[in-house]
Write a protein that binds this ligand. Structure first.
Ligand code: SF4
Ligand code: SF4
Length: 80
């Protein structure tokens, strides 16, 4: 059973045009404009929804994500 997933956005400074579309698209306030660059201010809030990736016309933001699987009740207990 899937327990949770979380993401980590990565931004290519070379490709980014600092248009802010990813900030507007993010429903969780992960990204913020800081002078002339996009900053990831709350990476812990990212749930890997990929809205920022889809909003970016420069393909400058990419979200890697991890899926954490809950232990099955059928798993044997750890032995010390
Ligand atoms: S949408 Fe893309 S190009 Fe625009 S600020 Fe975000 S990463 Fe940069
Ligand atoms: S994947 Fe979703 S929650 Fe994470 S930074 Fe992008 S828009 Fe925000």
């Amino acid at each position: 059973m899937q327990d949770s997933s979380h993401g980590q956005p990565h931004i290519s400074a070379r490709r980014c045009r600092v248009c802010g579309r990813c900030i507007d698209a993010c429903p969780r306030g992960v990204l913020e404009l800081d002078e002339d660059r996009i900053c990831i201010i709350h990476p812990e809030l990212c749930d890997a929804c990929l809205a920022c990736e889809e909003a970016c016309e420069q393909a400058a933001i990419e979200v890697s994500f991890a899926i954490v699987w809950a232990r099955s009740v059928a798993d044997p207990p750890d032995r010390d």
